[in-house]
Ligand binder design. Sequence first.
Ligand SMILES: C[S@@+](CC[C@H](N)C(=O)[O-])C[C@H]1O[C@@H](n2cnc3c(N)ncnc32)[C@H](O)[C@@H]1O
Length: 355
Amino acid sequence: MKATSLSFLRCPASRCGQSPLTADVWARTQLPTGEDDVLEGLVSCADCGGSYPVVAGVLLLIEDLAGYLRDHLGVILHLTDFPPGEAMAQWLTSRAPDDTDARYVRRSMKLEERYVNAFLGAHYDRDRLAADPENPLSELMAAAVARDVWTRCSTLVDEVRPGSALDAGCSVGGLSATLSQRQARTIGFDTSFLSVLAARRAVLSGPTPLDAYRAYGEGDRYQEHGLTVAAQPRYADFVVASALAPTAAGPVDLTCAINLIDLVPDPARLLDTLVAQTNEGGHVLITSPYGWSDVARNRWLGGAAGQSSPDALRSAAADRGLRVAWEDRQVPWLWRDYSRFWRLHSVDAVLFVRT
Ligand SMILES: C[S@@+](CC[C@H](N)C(=O)[O-])C[C@H]1O[C@@H](n2cnc3c(N)ncnc32)[C@H](O)[C@@H]1O
């Protein structure tokens, strides 16, 4: 966490947000931009007395920290390149529930690494991946990339020209990098620890640069591909946080939830949280393939009423004072799992303006 990011963040507990957060820094480093980066330490909220750890440069701004550590403690303790110091390892272990199962966590870390690499390819290397001459669908995929969700997002950001932004469910940070290139001060956040660590390494080069990623082939085989990230790292930072809780100290010009709303247990709450963090006259950008995996049907937008998801999103947004500024209900979103398995979604994309 950049030292300067503290003033842009708030305690995720809904009753807090009045007092600024403070940091007790245990280890620090300097990013290539010359900015001060907290590598390890504790961030505190004077309102509720809550403490949020920073590990390997990643702030865990999570209200239910114990619940988070149940799933992520092993991931963090077993980081090969950036393991926490002894005192931090003890602090984290003391905050995790007693029944935390480290074996389960190690297994999920392996899965997550693969997932993080797939997103690195999707965010930063999609032109090359889609142009694979051995793939019979390469022409179709190259055409999809030319008008895909990332191309659309870049155009929209150029039109909206936000001075500040939140990228909810940022994964490895591709959209935040695009926003930073346009000099929008951006906080990208995600609940996946390894994704946020990868975003910080790819975009900020901290704690160390991420120069390559794994493009998986058959089984466990992979090719290492060089990673080139276009960004202005001074304008971005990344933290672990939930999109269902407030993250920003004050409202921003643009809030984004790209391919996230159909994954959270309470989509209406996500919408409320995005709107609450958007300036009046600011914009909210939402895209989704509406898979609704693991979301109870009565929580889907339009699920209880039997309404189509795109219509339900627009009416839920209108109820919250959002007006459609631009929309396209069929935008390609291409995601490569491994060399023989691609997913091509057609996502609904809407840019709202907050009235
Ligand atoms: C389908 S991926 C989309 C990632 C990225 N926006 C993209 O379109 O490539 C969804 C992301 O949301 C994250 N996520 C899931 N629930 C979340 C939550 N409640 N708050 C923040 N991020 C969340 C996941 O870890 C994952 O990185």
